[in-house]
Write a protein that binds this ligand. Structure first.
Ligand code: DGJ
Length: 741
């Protein structure tokens, strides 16, 4: 058991291979946080409770513990509540029938068991066998409101990951409102941390940014109805002095695809309180007697090997304990997507011509993107009308898919199931099916409104339309897109007191629809997308093992985007395509080889008109396809190391990016180096990571041998490695492949 309870000390201790998490029950039944950090073998952690008297005398005496040493306003708490003695940010606020929200929960009971439970209606990490993890459920009660609050913890036995979620049950005979319910909270004992998070915008998602913790409030959030392009539901706190491969890092990642908040408060005693969960600003939940509400799950990862080790833990956990289905670990097909080749302007012959060319080059699946349905010839109409446009696809969908299959390619298709255009038959038939606030003008985005996915009838309609298409031909992949944020968030079917539930109910509806789809078509490869990577989050990975990383397909821009994405998400999750040059988003020209080397570090594919390639480019595609097969195993199943941060390297001698994959047995290594902006540099060395110092590694291109120790401590000399005697040009890339002797 990785979780133990010491009855005498009333201490819970959760261990993972390299971390320990501990809290205790105080004599008055409060849960006091004791420790989260590197693994400690000791059982007696009771002495770690915080012995600080209240900083003021205001109203705290009632909650002073029997030992007289604790006040809720200063203690490190396991799940802080609103308005009953702790003046800092709170995890839980329940407004009872009195109309007040003073919330006070005390320990009632607990249980510890093997394995890990699911969360009803929500995505969550899971165990493949019960031996992989142990679970602790601590039940607390608020005797005034009758709220029964269960804190659920799971500690993984092979990974330094602890998950947390919360359930609230109304055991009283009157309804109450949940105003805030964070999924996790940790009170760290000091403020000596840098906060890392993934910030961005459309076409520039998940750039890694850093700032030091300061006194007071700080945090990130989304109110867009998606996890968002702008802030990923992730933060890490990295202890001062950390590096990419050393030092203490605490990661927090929320398995959720809608409005979230990370709230951090550094208090007057320098305690850093971290809260993560559903964004309380856009949330409320009316809980009738007997009803239960479950929060989404937070995955906390502790690393004492820097940011890199934290990432590798997330990669493994999300690949093997979050993604599901046939495609979880299966080799993904190399895709040709027609979006940047044709946009909405295509017909069956054009797609078949692309497929024929793709087949000759070794590409494995054609994905027909936006524009195949209803009257959609431009991107301003017809969303909601999921029936084929036979003027474009003459002979219908089956005929097209059969022709594509006949040339040797699998077939995939694009949908945007949650949207409706005012210019669509669906809208003409059901104008009331949108999210809207009666009497208020509806905002429009990309000529579309958002369907009310809280409604069963709406979901049923979309599901049936999708099933009809997917059942009509051999369609093996769906790209599920989502291209605008939610505004005027109201649902016609809910009473006023439940309108604050719409954001959360919306995402529950989306999850339900995705679950139905993958149950009905269990062999389908589902790829998520939200105007690029606007919903690139662990929640979506539960349904779709790969996600379109960004609408910016410029390889140079992708360096930063993929670098940031890799902080949490494994290469298999990142869909990455070689696109045309000049790039359609930025206008930049980048060598074909570099575009391939960059895309190769994700789930690989192409997104350009293959019928227009030169012979030289065709030869390069063949080489890239061969490289994909040759390096697939080390890239997708190996450990990922970030060697040069492209954001921070700007302004140095040569600005560049570099990353490396190392097989689990450390016998195979693939290193990719890409120059962003060149400069005259005498010598520059790149030191590898994660090798066996004792092994001899052979460069498979040159035959030169290096010890692992040499490659890790001195590194490769880039001064002589460029294509032209150490001179590198902008956008040039190089890949090294090593095999241990
Ligand atoms: C946004 C996606 O990110 C693109 O790849 C493409 O599918 C378009 N939508 C189609 O409208």
């Amino acid at each position: 058991m990785s979780i133990i309870y010491n009855e005498q000390l009333k201490v819970f201790k959760l261990d993972t291979p390299n971390s320990t998490y501990a809290f205790k029950i105080s004599p008055m039944g409060f849960l006091l946080h004791l420790y989260y950090g590197a693994y400690v073998p000791d059982a007696d952690l009771d002495y770690l409770r915080q012995y600080i008297r209240a900083s003021t005398t205001s109203a705290l005496t009632a909650h002073e513990d029997v030992e007289g040493y604790m006040s809720l306003d200063t203690a490190r708490l396991e799940y802080p509540c609103e308005g009953a003695g702790d003046m800092r940010i709170s995890a839980l606020s329940i407004r009872g029938k009195s109309g007040c929200n003073a919330t006070d929960i005390r320990y009632k009971s607990h249980k510890i068991y093997k394995g890990k439970p699911g969360i009803k209606g929500l995505p969550a990490t899971y165990v493949n066998t019960d031996d992989e993890a142990d679970t602790l459920e601590v039940v607390c009660t608020d005797c005034l409101t009758g709220a029964e609050v269960t804190l659920v913890y799971t500690a993984f036995n092979n990974l330094d990951a602890i998950t947390r979620s919360v359930r609230v049950k109304n055991t009283s005979d009157s309804a109450f409102e949940i105003e805030r319910i964070h999924s996790t909270t940790v009170d760290l004992p000091d403020m000596d941390f840098e906060m890392l998070h993934l910030q961005g915008r459309w076409a520039k998602e998940r750039t890694l940014v850093k700032r030091h913790l300061e006194f007071g409030l700080q945090g990130i959030h989304s109110k867009r109805g998606t996890s968002s392009h702008h802030n990923n539901p992730f933060v890490a706190l990295a202890r001062d002095g950390y590096t990419e491969e050393s030092g203490e890092v605490y990661g927090f990642s929320l398995v959720y695809s809608s409005n979230f908040a990370v709230e951090i408060e550094v208090d007057f005693f320098r305690t850093s309180r971290v809260l993560m969960g559903i964004n309380p600003e856009t949330f409320g939940w009316h809980l009738e007697p007997g009803e239960e509400f479950s929060s989404p799950e937070v995955v906390m990862v502790y690393s004492n090997g820097g940011v890199g080790a934290m990432s590798r833990t997330y990669h493994k956990l999300y690949r093997y304990n979050l993604c599901r289905g046939d495609w979880k670990c299966a080799k993904r097909p190399i895709i040709i997507n027609n979006w940047e080749a044709t946009y909405c302007d295509f017909n069956d012959d054009k797609l078949v011509a692309i497929a024929e060319e793709a087949a000759k080059l070794g590409i494995e699946m054609l994905v027909m993107d936006d524009g195949w349905f209803g009257t959609r010839n431009t991107d301003d109409c017809a969303l909601g009308d999921w029936y084929v446009n036979e003027n474009k696809l003459r002979g219908g969908i089956k005929s097209l898919v059969d022709r594509v299959n006949a040339v040797g390619l699998k077939f995939g298709i694009w949908f945007e199931p949650e949207m409706i255009c005012p210019d669509s038959q669906l809208y003409r038939d059901h104008p009331d099916w949108c999210l809207k606030v009666e009497g208020r003008e509806m905002s429009i985005g990309r000529s579309q409104y958002v369907l009310d996915m809280t409604r069963q009838d709406v979901r049923d309609n979309i599901f049936e339309q999708m099933c009809k298409v997917l059942g009509s031909a051999n369609i093996e992949y769906v790209k599920w897109d989502f291209n605008r944020n939610l505004t005027e968030v109201g649902s016609a079917l809910l009473p006023p007191e439940r309108q604050k539930e719409v954001f959360h109910r919306y995402v529950l509806g989306v999850y339900e629809l995705m679950e139905r789809l993958i149950n009905k078509f269990p062999h389908l490869l589902l790829e998520n997308c939200a105007g690029g990577g606007g919903r690139f989050d662990p929640g979506m990975l539960y349904y779709s093992p790969q996600i379109w990383t960004s609408d910016d397909t410029d390889a140079m821009e992708r360096l930063e985007i993929q670098y940031g994405t890799s902080i949490v998400y494994p290469p298999s999750a990142m869909s990455a395509h070689v696109s045309a040059s000049p790039n359609h988003q930025t206008g930049r020209e980048t060598p074909f080889k570099t575009r391939g080397d960059v895309a190769m570090s994700g789930s690989f594919g192409y997104e350009l008109d293959l019928t227009k390639l030169t012979d030289e480019e065709r030869a390069l595609v063949r080489e890239q396809v061969a490289a994909y097969h040759k390096y697939y195993d080390v890239i997708q199943n190996g450990d990922y190391y970030r060697l040069i941060n492209p954001t921070e390297s700007k302004g140095t001698m040569i600005s560049a990016s570099a990353w490396e994959s190392v097989s689990q047995d450390k016998n195979e290594v693939l290193l990719t180096y890409v120059v962003i902006r060149t400069a005259v540099a005498v010598s520059r060395y790149i030191r590898l990571c994660g090798l066996d110092p004792e092994k001899i590694y052979v460069d498979t291109e040159t035959g030169r041998e290096y010890s692992g120790a040499l490659l890790m401590n001195a590194g490769l000399n880039l001064g002589i490695a460029g294509a032209n005697g150490g001179k590198w040009s902008d956008g040039e890339s190089r890949v090294w492949h090593f095999i241990a002797k």
